[in-house]
Design a protein around this ligand. Structure first.
Ligand SMILES: NC(=O)c1ccc[n+]([C@@H]2O[C@H](COP(=O)([O-])OP(=O)(O)OC[C@H]3O[C@@H](n4cnc5c(N)ncnc54)[C@H](OP(=O)(O)O)[C@@H]3O)[C@@H](O)[C@H]2O)c1
Ligand SMILES: *[C@@H]1O[C@H](CO)[C@@H](O)[C@H](O)[C@H]1NC(C)=O
Ligand SMILES: *[C@@H]1O[C@H](CO)[C@@H](O)[C@H](O)[C@H]1NC(C)=O
Ligand SMILES: *[C@@H]1O[C@H](CO)[C@@H](O)[C@H](O)[C@H]1NC(C)=O
Length: 261
């Protein structure tokens, strides 16, 4: 029976950022896509859009990024009926893209902020990684020497703390450490684990609104020299997923051409 690979992406927001771009790019490359996020309506719409453009995507909403919700998620994805009984569906790639960004001065950071960052950036990512690894372990090794690829979206805060990012950087540093440990442990089982440092602003509806003036918004939207496009990041994720086992990237560092930080 032919195998149709599934790509699981967690953190799709309202489908204007990296998560949704990755879903579209992987769908175009022949993956079925399992979309995961907290807002059911946005998810259903994103899945329907991919279906309309010739791909196959299904929505798997979670109530929150908790250990138990993420653990349950993989069972739901495996049980999903993709409607093609002559094709075997196998999860071959997974992206942990959800990220809880907290930007406050250190003295403003509350216990709740810290919990939020640790919960969303680390605890839930542990659950996601565990389920992805358990799933990949059951896969046969493919022609490029892999059972599966697990990718994490990082940020400047993954490697550098700064003013306003104490809580966020603690979470993203933890995520990076997790990905490095996983790469060491599961490379030996032909599971490719990669971490991407997104070192700059990504153009999304939400990040656009964070720019304080109309001029700054114009610049961020139209000047490709100063920010990252979700689609370009997604192309790099597909590239990681296509690497063969003799030269795997653990860490990728992506930044716009006119980086100045
Ligand atoms: N935007 C930037 O400038 C930028 C720069 C560098 C790195 N990054 C990282 O890139 C990744 C993708 O971000 P994106 O901006 O392109 O947006 P995105 O892919 O549309 O979505 C990011 C996801 O993070 C989740 N999220 C956001 N705030 C959260 C919170 N407080 N608690 C729990 N989950 C939260 C959202 O989950 P739901 O879908 O459930 O709402 C959202 O789907 C994130 O990991 C982010 O840290 C972003
Ligand atoms: C898209 O199509 C797939 C089957 O190819 C189906 O499983 C999924 O539920 C559909 N999603 C939406 C939102 O229509
Ligand atoms: C933060 O998490 C700890 C440990 O789970 C819990 O005891 C505490 O009540 C939480 N604090 C807040 C403000 O949510
Ligand atoms: C996405 O969210 C942002 C801010 O939360 C909002 O301004 C924007 O209109 C939303 N976009 C879509 C397509 O829903």
């Amino acid at each position: 029976m032919p195998i149709r690979p599934i790509f699981v992406v967690a953190g799709v927001g309202n489908a204007t950022g990296t998560g949704a771009a990755a879903a579209r790019v992987f769908a175009n490359a022949g993956f079925r896509v399992a979309l995961v996020a907290r807002n059911k309506d946005h998810l259903e719409k994103a899945a329907a859009d991919i279906n309309k453009s010739g791909g196959e995507a299904a929505a798997f909403p979670v109530s929150a990024y908790t250990y138990s919700a993420i653990t349950q998620l993989f069972d739901d994805i495996k049980k999903h009926d993709w409607g093609k009984p002559n094709e075997k569906a196998e999860i071959r790639a997974a992206l942990w893209n959800a990220g809880s960004g907290i930007f406050k001065t250190f003295l403003e950071v509350t216990e709740e902020d810290i919990n939020d960052s640790v919960q969303n950036n680390i605890v839930a990512a542990f659950a996601f990684s565990r389920q992805a690894v358990l799933t990949f372990k059951d896969n046969e090794i493919d022609e490029k020497g892999r059972r599966g690829t697990l990718i994490f979206t990082g940020a400047t805060a993954s490697i550098r703390g700064n003013v306003y990012t104490s809580a966020f950087a603690a979470g993203k540093h933890g995520l990076r450490a997790l990905s490095q440990s996983l790469a060491k442990e599961f490379g030996k089982q032909n599971i490719h684990v990669a971490h991407a440092i997104i070192d700059g602003g990504i153009l999304t509806d939400r990040s656009l609104q964070r720019r304080s003036t109309p001029e700054a918004q114009e610049e961020f939207k139209n000047n490709l020299d100063v920010r990252l496009s979700p689609e370009s990041i997604a192309e790099s994720y597909l590239y990681l997923t296509n690497q063969e086992r003799s030269s795997w990237t653990w860490e990728l560092d992506l930044r716009p051409a006119h980086e100045k930080w």
